[in-house]
Design a protein around this ligand. Structure first.
Ligand code: SF4
Length: 480
């Protein structure tokens, strides 16, 4: 099958299965790109919310996602979901980048559409590129090699003015207008990004516009129940800070944002289970005949409110997902993650009581000062949990992020992480499922997380050289 035709066919199929309010196509339209598959991008409330804000400002907004593998690298330009137009036909491309490794797909989407990913290689004949998203809260500098303009921090109030200014002015005036916005950064003019912007509460909560059976959260209308976190886990970009506090949204405001016809509702936030009225919101939604989902669960909150597990199971949850975030009690205390083994064991017992299929437990390894005894404690804990209920252990290597207390801590190293993973694999064989994140790609993520514009240039070179780990290693080693 012709690959271009396959792409268009799939776009039509995906679009025909969507519900909600379609995005408008207009004379002044921009492409809104998510550098991952449709499945992942449509499960991003931030992406959907910014697309909605742009549409409400009167602009045409056309989504674009990373095509499926079967479209292949030679399938030509990425096309928009709304009018199936090639990316290169839009004058402005906006993209939201959630984390470092999404740079790979961002570069691939631009370059397969004939748009040089490096800002320095684009001319007035190419679209302008405006970037933003969760990555900008920690380290937006590598984006500086790609973007004409960046919106650092919360873009709820700045995305629409930035896009409107593009269509109202020539490019130099547009850059002036973005630079004047809170969080507006023009990398060609300054190497130092500004502080992240913070949106006014009156604009919130963020809510989606569309839902789809093909998104990660199947047929789920997403709405924000809270923003940020009041806790202080030392590795986490979402932790509280001087300008970053937790914003709780009134249940009435959250519930009022939900369309009557939405079959399922996902309550989103970095720490949703810390919302004091979460149970009431879930009960109201379930009483109204809706399925529910919650984007983040803390094990201590689940352990102290057993009704939470009961409601989620009634609503169709099959997996109870919780995080330990460090292999031992000692390290959890060191990183201020106030979760104890007793909370995790209580969650396993609740999963058994309410007949969840399994528990999924997240942890980080390779933390500063971690020793063999910490990993041995994790093995014992997982064995104890598995004796209560089936468990999968998802393991991510620690990656230091800027703007956190552990920003200067070292990445443990590929060999050290791989040897820890080998111990876990051997010790937990037949006990629990192990879902490790690659140590090599965690190293790439760590390089990008600490990097600058030259690192962004290296990312583009790595993707051009094929995007395999060896290409990234060479490109990162060759930075200026
Ligand atoms: S890991 Fe979770 S609880 Fe800790 S600061 Fe981040 S969002 Fe909050």
């Amino acid at each position: 099958m012709d690959k271009r035709w396959a792409q268009t066919e799939q776009i039509r199929q995906l679009r025909s299965r969507e519900h909600g309010r379609p995005l408008p196509v207009g004379r002044q339209s921009l492409a809104m790109l998510y550098p991952a598959s449709y499945r992942v991008g449509m499960a991003s409330l931030g992406f959907q919310w910014i697309a909605h804000q742009l549409a409400e400002s009167g602009l045409g907004v056309e989504r674009a996602f990373l095509p499926d593998d079967r479209w292949g690298p030679d399938s030509g330009s990425v096309r928009s979901m709304e009018s199936e137009k090639p990316l290169g036909d839009f004058p402005l491309i906006a993209a939201t980048v959630a984390w470092e490794l999404e740079l790979d797909a961002l570069v691939r989407m631009l370059e397969s559409s004939g748009i040089p990913a490096l800002r320095a290689e684009r001319g007035p004949e190419h679209p302008a590129v405006l970037l933003g998203g969760p990555l900008t809260f920690s380290n937006p500098r590598p984006l500086g090699a790609i973007a004409d303009a960046v919106l650092v921090g919360e873009a709820d109030a700045t995305a629409a003015p930035a896009a409107l200014a593009f269509f109202a002015a020539g490019r130099p005036e547009w850059l002036d207008a973005v630079q004047a916005l809170p969080g507006g950064w023009i990398p060609g003019r300054s190497a130092a990004p500004p502080e992240p912007a913070r949106a006014a509460d009156a604009l919130l909560p963020a809510r989606a516009r569309l839902w789809s059976p093909d998104a990660d959260f199947r047929d789920m209308f997403l709405v924000e129940a809270e923003r940020g976190c009041s806790r202080g886990c030392a590795f986490c970009v979402m932790r509280r800070g001087p300008a970053q506090t937790m914003r709780l949204f009134e249940p009435a405001r959250v519930l009022a944002a939900i369309p009557a016809e939405a079959p399922r509702v996902g309550l989103v936030g970095a720490a949703v289970s810390d919302h004091p009225q979460l149970l009431g919101m879930l009960e109201a939604l379930i009483a109204g005949g809706k399925g529910v989902g919650v984007s983040s669960l803390r094990a201590d909150r689940v352990a102290r409110q057993p009704r939470l597990a009961e409601l989620l199971r009634r609503s169709g949850y099959q997996t109870l997902t919780i995080a330990a975030d460090a292999p031992s009690e000692r390290l959890r205390a060191a990183i201020h993650k106030d979760i104890r083994a007793e909370h995790l064991l209580a969650c396993a017992a609740l999963a058994r009581e309410h007949r969840f299929e399994r528990v999924k437990l997240y942890t980080i390894i390779g933390l500063p000062d971690e020793g063999d005894e910490d990993v041995a404690e994790l093995v014992e804990l997982v064995r104890a949990m598995a004796a209560i209920h089936p468990i999968d252990l998802a393991v991510s290597p620690f990656v230091p992020k800027q703007r956190t207390p552990l920003a200067q801590a070292p990445f443990a190293g590929i060999k050290a992480v791989e040897s820890r993973l080998a111990v876990l694999k051997k010790s937990l064989r037949g006990v629990a499922g192990l879902r490790p994140t690659s140590a090599r790609w965690a190293w790439v993520e760590a390089e990008l997380a600490a990097g600058d514009e030259a690192t962004g240039e290296a990312a583009v070179r790595a993707v051009r050289a094929g995007g395999k780990f060896s290409a990234w290693k060479r490109a990162l080693a060759g930075r200026g």
